[in-house]
Design a protein around this ligand. Structure first.
Ligand SMILES: CC(C)(COP(=O)(O)OP(=O)(O)OC[C@H]1O[C@@H](n2cnc3c(N)ncnc32)[C@H](O)[C@@H]1OP(=O)(O)O)[C@@H](O)C(=O)NCCC(=O)NCCS
Length: 155
C-alpha cells in the first residue's frame, strides 16, 4: 500500500459527513436524492472505514452484517479526483480483513446490474468482478427504479 494512504475505522458522524461529501462529488452515480439521504443516515449504524490520502479523507466503505458470516458492503465511494489510485482496492482489503476477524466467510455487495448498460456502473461492476466478486443474480426490489446485481466473494 502507498505510504501516503491509510485506511482507518471512523465514527458515525464522520461517516455521514464523508458519505454526503462523496455523494455530492459523484452525481452521475448518486442521482436519487431520497436514496442518498437514506444511505447518508444509514451509514451511521454501520461499521465504517475511511481512506486517508495525504491527510485528507478521500473514500469510505460502510459495512454491515446481515448474517453473522457475511459482511455486506452497504455503501462505498471514492472522491472523483482520487479514482484509479488503488484506494477502492485498499478499502476492500480492509473490509475483508475485518469480516474475517469477526468470523465471517463471505463479503457481498449490491450494485447496478450490467443489464442496465450504464457506462459508469459498468466500471463499478468490473471493479468488483476483477477483485474476486462473483455475480449471483439480478433483482429489481419493490420500490427500486433500476435492476440490481448481487455479488459475493468467498474470503
Ligand atoms: C468503484 C470505486 C469505489 C473504485 O475505487 P477506486 O479507488 O477508483 O478503485 P482502484 O483504484 O482501487 O481500482 C481501480 C479499478 O477500478 C476501476 N474503476 C471502477 N470505477 C471507476 C471509476 N469511476 N473511475 C476510475 N476507475 C474505476 C478501474 O477500471 C480500475 O480497474 P483495474 O485496476 O482492474 O484496471 C470508485 O471508482 C467509485 O467511487 N466509483 C463511483 C461510486 C461507486 O460506484 N460506488 C460503489 C457503488 S456499489
Amino acid at each position: 500500500m502507498d505510504l501516503a494512504l491509510a485506511v482507518e475505522l471512523i465514527s458515525p458522524e464522520l461517516a455521514e459527513t464523508l458519505c454526503r461529501a462523496i455523494t455530492a462529488d459523484l452525481p452521475e452515480y448518486f442521482g436519487l436524492p431520497e436514496c442518498n439521504e437514506h444511505y447518508a443516515k444509514g451509514v451511521r449504524s454501520r461499521t465504517n472505514f475511511a481512506a486517508k490520502f495525504e491527510d485528507a479523507y478521500v473514500g469510505i466503505l460502510s459495512l454491515d452484517f446481515p448474517y453473522p458470516e457475511n459482511g455486506n458492503i452497504y455503501w462505498m465511494g471514492v472522491a472523483r479526483s482520487h479514482h484509479s489510485k488503488g484506494i477502492g482496492t485498499a478499502l476492500l482489503a480492509k473490509a475483508a480483513e475485518h469480516v474475517k476477524s469477526q468470523g465471517g466467510k463471505t463479503i457481498s455487495v449490491e450494485t447496478l446490474s450490467p443489464a442496465e448498460s450504464d457506462e459508469n456502473y459498468l466500471k463499478t461492476y468490473r471493479f468488483y468482478e476483477t477483485r474476486g466478486f462473483l455475480p449471483l443474480f439480478d433483482l429489481k426490489p419493490v420500490g427500486y427504479t433500476f435492476t440490481m446485481v448481487y455479488m459475493c466473494k468467498v474470503l
